[in-house]
Design a protein around this ligand. Structure first.
Ligand code: SF4
Length: 439
């Protein structure tokens, strides 16, 4: 039997796909990337925007082609959309056999392999398994590693923040934190398999706490694991960038000099409407601590334009904040209401065209800043983790600097997983070009 996993959305879904893969392989299933030979199709989905859901539903519908060709194939939808839409998914795509929410993945083997009742005879409620489970932290489970170099490890699930636009608390439930010893066990196992870069994941990853550790303590422990050379994390919340955490981020060499800090808006009025729990000043103070110590510290962010109630002055405040912050890169979106969230109940005044126009203005501004920030790197020598050969030129390699910039360089001897020193010669588009110096 073979399984095929289609993963959408954030890195937490990538990690969860690794968990599902491990469970399938423990039950004797083999992976396949060719849907034509799969017996089990997993669609590990995202709900963050309506478009993400519609994309996944369109893909599932398209994949029914394989189901019609061969008997016995099972379609299983997992991830945030499973929790969000539940039975409505089966109504939309009849070919779906199971809808399994993020707290229920341990039930997958039982659902697929031990149940004597054929799917067709199971009641709808037996096929929709999406309850929250506040205890479920996948203790003792080890996600299958997707790349031999770099690995994601989830340490925190859910969110207590309830930002007014965000669906995450409704589909992932309240915050829960993995036991630190379980995290270190998984990091150690990854390091023993050759992984040298770990990215710790959580919806508000820096809110992490256990009975005797906070996020800063856990980062320290992870960075001490033998074989771990780089530690990163996603996605933090500005509120939890404590003095202690910033000190640790700036002082431990294994922790990469890159912080992702979601701004969302440069207007305090909009930040308040969003329930973001920080002001622009507080946000800028955090940035200053990093850039004051290291002007090349990588800073990235998330921004929403056209949030409900966003006036022209609010948008201009965002543009000004982006100019002041000098982010290296940003994920930028125009606001899209999500059913069930607080802000979705408010009537939008801005037209789609105006929201899109604001987004384009912001993207153009940020793209210019990204280019200028990258040009500042020219002439420096940076440590690069070699990731893969370039798809365009087989004698070239793609890697990443510590401050999270993509770099391309030529080498006859590089291989994935190597750390090399690269002199940065130029910038093409948003990508750095470099020349290896010494290994
Ligand atoms: S902190 Fe992030 S995940 Fe949590 S509600 Fe806000 S935007 Fe959503």
């Amino acid at each position: 039997m073979r399984y095929f996993i289609d993963t959408y959305g954030c890195q937490m879904n990538e990690y969860d796909s690794g968990l599902i893969a491990s469970m399938m392989e423990e039950n004797g299933c083999l992976p396949t990337e060719d849907p034509a030979e799969a017996d089990f199709f997993f669609f590990n989905t995202c709900s963050i925007r309506e478009k993400a859901e519609e994309t996944a539903i369109a893909r599932i519908s398209k994949m029914t082609y394989y189901k019609k060709k061969r008997d016995g194939i099972k379609f299983i939808v997992t991830g945030c959309m499973a929790k969000h839409l539940g039975a409505r998914l089966v109504e939309r795509v009849r070919a779906i056999d199971f809808v399994i929410g993020p707290d229920n993945y341990k039930k997958i083997p039982e659902v697929l392999f031990s149940h004597p009742v054929p799917v067709i005879k199971r009641t709808l409620s037996k096929r929709i398994i999406t309850d929250f489970n506040e205890e479920e932290n996948y203790l003792g489970e080890t996600a299958k590693i997707s790349t031999p170099i770099s690995s994601y490890i989830t340490i925190q699930r859910g969110c207590n923040k309830h930002c007014s636009y965000c669906i995450v608390p409704y589909v992932r439930g309240p915050e829960k934190y993995r036991n630190p010893s379980d995290v270190i066990r998984e990091v150690t196992l990854a390091a023993e398999k050759g992984v040298s870069e770990i990215t710790l994941l959580g919806q508000t990853v820096n809110a992490y706490k256990s009975s005797d550790m906070d996020f800063a303590d856990l980062l320290l422990k992870v960075s001490e694991v033998k074989g771990i050379h780089r530690v990163r994390f996603m996605s933090p919340h500005p509120k939890h960038y404590t003095e202690k955490l910033i000190d640790i981020l700036l002082s431990i060499p294994q922790i990469c000099p890159h912080a992702h800090i979601p701004l969302q808006s440069g207007s305090d009025r909009i930040l308040k409407k969003m329930h973001r729990q920080h002001t622009l000043d507080e946000f800028m103070c955090i940035l200053e601590k990093f850039r004051g110590k290291d002007p090349f510290y990588g800073l990235t962010t998330d921004i929403i334009t056209g949030f409900v109630g966003e006036e022209k002055e609010d948008f201009e405040a965002t543009l000004q904040a982006v100019k002041d912050a000098q982010f290296d890169a940003a994920f930028m979106f125009s606001y899209s209401p999500r059913e069930g969230t607080e802000s979705a109940k408010e009537t939008e005044v801005l037209s789609e065209e105006e929201k899109q126009a604001r987004l384009e203005t912001l993207v153009e501004l940020q793209n210019n800043i990204t280019l200028e920030r990258n040009k500042l790197m020219i002439g420096r020598t940076e440590e690069v983790l070699v990731e893969r050969p370039s798809t365009k030129n087989s004698s070239e390699w793609v890697g990443k600097t510590g401050n999270f910039k993509k770099i391309i360089f030529s080498s006859n001897s590089a291989k994935p997983g190597d750390y090399i020193l690269c002199h940065i010669d130029s910038v093409r588009g948003w990508t750095l070009r470099g020349t290896p110096t010494i290994k």
